[in-house]
Design a protein around this ligand. Sequence first.
Ligand code: NIG
Ligand code: FE
Length: 407
Amino acid sequence: MKIIGPFRQIVTLANLPLRGKLSDHQLEIIENGGILVDAGKVVETTSYKTLMTRYPDAEKDIIAEDRIAMPAFIDAHTHICFGGNRANDFAMRNAGKSYLEIAERGGGIWSSVQHTRAATEEELLKSTLQRIQFLVGLGITTIEIKSGYGLDVENELKMLRVIKKAQAKTKATLVPTCLAAHLKPRDFEGDNSAYLQYILTEILPAVKAENLAKRVDIFVEKTAFLPEESKDFLTKTKNLGFEITVHADQFTPGSSRIAAEVGARSADHLEATIDDDIAFLAESETAAVALPGASLGLGEKFTPARKILDHNGILAIASDWNPGSAPMGNLITQASILAAYEKLSTAEVLAGITLRAAYALGMQDRGTLAKGYKADFVTFKTDNFQNVLYNQGSMSAAGVYIDGEQV
Ligand code: NIG
Ligand code: FE
């Protein structure tokens, strides 16, 4: 057993509802607190003095400066395994070209597919690990990572194997998701439905056989897969035993409703969701995942996070870090900016990148610093937790702990 502290404040995020709006006075804040950990789990989070009196024999990890602590953050949506770079896409968009025109000129997702296919496993592993290191440095210790730049059996498996190898080299938890349904690759002979069938019969069984991912995603959009095609695909995928998630309503509405209908774990993006569908999604068990990094990367509007919460929805916030639409990767900056534009409370933002993000990944062993939860937490050198979002990502984490150990 080990006591870590004292901290000026510990924001535990314990006892908060999974859905709906939150105000900051609902946050449990322990002043001069300590965290008692054992075997990687939180035993108790309470006043430091109490812990010191109750557990005199516990090991001590003394924090000798003013710091605050909160649960480590969770990034529930990334595409950080990729080759190449799309800086030119960004420049072209800012010069007025549309996503579609850019794709036609050789940019877009297909260009990342070509670079990712051309990269060796070693190259992909190296760059993926660098991005993981950046995220861990921000205090993010659970990271979802999608495939989706391989788009055939060989290359989707290559990406997922790289993620598995990365897992062996980091203490952070990586959550792999198969996004073979990102786009029909240009070299596939057949229509969309033939490609989705190929995913179901060739890619997913191989993914399952090697136990490379338990989650499957699809990009539903005019330029990718249509809502009707997706519904059938998602239902079949679910029947194969995968958890499902959807890139929904990014530019065109319609697919968040399908995600909720088929019981997807989450519907992500939602920049273009119409009011009726916000209400429908908010009443379902499907989490809404806002991706402000994609709005910032594309210069598009933000996900209607305020409305989702006001309708009692489950709102998580993730980075979508990818080479095209969301190249920044700083979830803390993005979540702080979303808060300013969507008028979110600190509690709503913090819940969106901790316990509610954990729900979006189906991992309810983490996201709060209460008894029995995974002892992953982040500390900042400040005496007031509000400073973390106030600084919009420019305040670095002072310490990042995974299973109660500083990394
Ligand atoms: O989440 N929208 C589709 N997929 C990614 C973009 C991927 C890319 O442009 O490479 C997204 O924004
Ligand atoms: Fe994405």
